[in-house]
Design a protein around this ligand. Structure first.
Ligand SMILES: C[S@@+](CC[C@H](N)C(=O)[O-])C[C@H]1O[C@@H](n2cnc3c(N)ncnc32)[C@H](O)[C@@H]1O
Length: 250
C-alpha cells in the first residue's frame, strides 16, 4: 500500500479507544479549510472518522479513505452514511478530477509527501482545495505543557514522533494560494479519559505491554494527585489546530 512507515499503521490496535478518546478538530478549523460551494470532499487518512463526522454534517458527498481495516471498521460503524474506501495517500482509489476538496487531519506526517501531493493533485478539480490540519493538546497552556513534560519523562528512551506541522510542496506542484492559520478550542474529558488520550499516540502504542502498563499507571497516579485535575469530574482540555490549505491550479 506504499505507507511511509509501519508505525503509521499502529493506531488500529486500539481503534475503539482511539475513537472514544481522541478529539476531532474544532468546527472553526473545518470551516476555514473547506472551500465555498458544493462538490465532493475526501477525508484522506480518515482513521475512525473524527473529521469525517464534521464533514458529513456540512457536505453532501463525503468520501473517507483509510488504509487500516481496523480503523475503517469503526469508521463505517460510526458514519454509515459515508462512502468509505480502502486506500492510502500514495494510492488514492479515486478517479481523476473527482473532488472539490481533499483534507488530511492529524496524519500528513505519516504519508509520503512527494507521492501523496501528486495523487491529491490528480483527484482534485482545478480550483479544488487541498487542506491539512493537526489537532493537538495546546501546550501553550501551562498545565498541558507540564503534563506533556511528565509523559515525556516517563518514556525518555523512546523518541516521541511529534509532527512538524509543515507541508512542503515539491517544486512544480500544481498548487497556489497557500495559507496557514491556528484555531483554538477545548474539549471536555474526564481525568480518566485524559490519561487514556496519551495511550492513543504512536509513541505509546509502540511500547512493550509491560511498559505501557507502567506508563499508564504512573500517569494515572500523577493526574490523581494533580492540583487542577484530581478533584475535577470533567476537564476542559485546550486544543490547538494548525491548519494549512492550498488551491489546485489549472
Ligand atoms: C493519527 S491517525 C488520524 C486519523 C484521523 N484523520 C483523525 O483525525 O483522527 C493517522 C491515520 O493515518 C492513517 N495512515 C497511516 N499511513 C497512511 C498512509 N500512507 N495513507 C493514508 N493514511 C495513512 C492511519 O491508519 C491512521 O488512521
Amino acid at each position: 500500500m506504499g505507507e511511509r512507515s509501519p508505525s503509521g499503521m499502529s493506531f488500529g490496535r486500539s481503534a475503539v479507544d482511539y475513537d472514544r478518546l481522541r478529539p476531532g478538530p474544532p468546527r472553526a478549523a473545518v470551516d476555514w479549510l473547506l472551500p465555498g460551494g458544493g462538490g465532493g470532499v475526501v477525508d484522506l487518512a480518515a482513521g475512525t472518522g473524527a473529521l469525517t463526522r464534521l464533514l458529513s454534517a456540512r457536505c453532501r458527498q463525503v468520501t473517507a479513505v483509510e488504509p487500516d481495516a481496523r480503523m475503517r471498521a469503526v469508521l463505517t460503524d460510526r458514519c454509515p452514511e459515508v462512502r468509505t474506501l480502502a486506500g492510502s495517500g500514495e494510492h488514492l482509489p479515486l478517479a481523476d478530477a473527482c473532488a472539490h476538496a481533499v483534507l488530511v487531519s492529524s496524519a500528513w506526517h505519516w504519508l509520503d509527501p512527494a507521492l501523496a501531493v501528486v495523487e491529491i493533485a490528480r483527484v482534485l478539480v482545478p480550483g479544488g482545495r487541498f487542506g491539512v490540519l493537526w489537532t493537538r493538546r495546546d501546550d501553550d497552556v501551562p498545565w498541558v505543557a507540564e503534563l506533556d513534560a511528565f509523559v515525556r519523562g516517563l518514556v525518555r528512551d523512546i523518541p516521541l514522533r511529534e509532527p512538524c506541522y509543515q507541508v512542503d510542496l515539491p517544486d512544480g506542484a500544481p498548487f497556489t494560494e497557500v495559507r496557514t492559520c491556528v484555531v483554538r478550542g477545548t474539549v471536555e474529558r474526564t481525568p480518566e479519559e485524559l490519561v487514556g488520550l496519551y495511550t492513543t499516540y504512536g509513541f505509546f502504542l509502540r511500547l512493550p505491554e509491560a511498559e505501557q502498563r507502567r506508563v499508564r499507571a504512573r500517569l494515572a497516579d500523577h493526574v490523581a494527585r494533580h492540583p487542577l485535575l484530581a478533584a475535577a469530574s470533567r476537564v476542559a482540555l485546550p486544543l490547538r489546530s494548525v491548519c494549512w490549505r492550498a488551491t489546485r491550479t489549472g
